[in-house]
Design a protein around this ligand. Structure first.
Ligand code: NIG
Ligand code: FE
Length: 415
């Protein structure tokens, strides 16, 4: 048994086991001078020190939070965490004035990461991925949704999904796998895009489903990637194989991705920087969760953030995620995302925390196990070195996490 005591604020997010909307997003269910009991990998009891203390036995390991704050581990519901190499060279070019789209048009961008990832072995990808797993954990993230998408051939996509599976077995970080074979058109399929869509539908998806390597399928729906019709075909095929759906929608232009998400009833529509009122209303009627990725807007030097306020006022169950990837969003830091959400999207710190925990867990069908600190849930929790939860978004550019636990075991500790 493990007891955490002396938490100035115990941010439980206790409440209904469903996405929080509207004013509910500001309700964190905070216990002052809180304490928590953990038995094996599950939460046993959550309350004030007075309520919990009588249950702390002699054999219990006691962790004194020293007046810091306790939160559920962040659930990062949109990441691309397995790839080889970096794109620091392109980052420098963009600093010199080149745009993300220009670099992509000349064979850089996603295609450049695909080249290095295809050349890497499974072991090399796991090795690279371990470093990023540690970065996530030390930022206070205990679950990531992890997309493939830098392989773009049957064998290379399978290799990425196997790397994700191994990382889930070999690190304390929890991975939820998503197949994103429709991330870009491979170089050798230029001008034969329809053949690549057939490869995705006829070969890749059946393999991924048969080997049970993914829970979700995602598509990059965008003028320079997959059209509405292609995205619809790929996602419908994925659904017929039993995969749930997510979609990169309206990121670089208004391509109608949000409306497609609503039509297909995907679980999430991600990015949405260019989504319009019609798209937002469609998401609302279909109950699709928007996943907002301000890290990618920031890192691309854009100022077009998605209209989070409008979405919250409409009643959408907003999720925040990092979009960690080597091109458009090279950050694993959820606190950085909380900061951007407040400064650029006018989300309050409480709304942002809800979006990065319980709402994210709902978007991954993990609400019964993750996203809040309540009895019977998995003991994924983080002691942050803050006096008040608002500091998580307010102080930026530093690491707040002091001790990180995944399934009740210490996964990261700062002295
Ligand atoms: O979510 N939009 C497409 N995919 C990523 C970028 C991936 C990359 O640049 O390598 C994104 O922003
Ligand atoms: Fe992405």
């Amino acid at each position: 048994m493990l007891a955490v005591i002396n938490c100035r604020q115990l941010i439980t997010l206790a409440g209904p086991a469903r996405p929080r909307v509207g004013a509910e997003m500001r309700e964190l269910s905070i216990i002052s001078d809180g304490a928590m009991l953990v038995l094996n990998e599950r939460i046993e009891k959550v309350g004030t020190r007075k309520q919990v203390e009588p249950f702390i036995g002699a054999k219990c390991t006691v962790v004194d939070a020293g007046g810091r704050i306790l939160l559920p581990g962040f659930v990062d519901a949109h990441t691309h965490p397995v790839f080889a190499g970096t794109r620091a060279n392109e980052f420098e070019e963009r600093a010199g004035g080149a745009s993300y789209q220009e670099i992509a048009a000349r064979g850089g961008g996603i295609k450049s990461t695909v080249r290095s990832t295809q050349a890497a072995t499974l072991d090399e990808l796991v090795q690279a991925g371990r470093r990023y797993a540690e970065w996530f954990l030390r930022s206070g993230t205990t679950t990531v949704e992890a997309k493939s998408g830098y392989g773009l051939s049957v064998e290379d996509e399978i290799k990425l999904l196997r790397a994700i599976k191994r990382l889930g077995q070999e690190t304390p970080l929890r991975y939820v796998p998503t197949f994103l074979g429709a991330h870009d058109i491979p170089f050798e399929y230029l001008n034969r895009q329809d053949e690549y869509v057939s490869l995705l539908v006829d070969e890749m998806l059946p393999r991924v489903a048969q080997e049970k390597l993914a829970e979700y399928c995602d598509v990059f729906c965008e003028a320079k990637a997959f059209s509405i019709d292609e995205s619809r075909a790929i996602l419908s095929a994925a659904r017929s194989h039993g995969l749930e759906l997510r979609i990169h929608a309206d990121q670089l232009s208004l391509s109608g991705g949000a409306k497609l998400a609503a039509d297909l009833n995907t679980v999430t529509a991600d990015h949405l920087e260019h989504a319009d009122a019609v798209g937002i209303a469609a998401l609302k009627s279909a109950g699709v969760q928007p996943v907002l990725l301000p890290g990618s807007v920031y890192a691309l030097g854009s100022n077009r953030y998605p209209p989070a306020r409008e979405m919250i006022e409409t009643g959408l169950a907003v999720v925040l995620a990092t979009d960690f990837n080597p091109g458009s969003s090279p950050t694993p830091s959820m606190p950085m995302v909380l900061s951007l959400a407040s400064t650029h999207m006018k989300m309050t710190p409480a709304e942002s925390i809800t979006a990065a925990t319980i709402n994210a867990a709902c978007s991954l069908a993990r609400v019964e196990a993750l996203g809040s600190l309540e009895p019977r849930k998995v003991a994924d929790f983080v002691i942050h070195d803050c006096d008040d939860y608002r500091e998580l978004a307010y102080f930026f550019g530093i690491e707040h996490a002091w001790k990180v636990y995944a399934s009740g075991c210490l996964a990261f500790s700062r002295s």
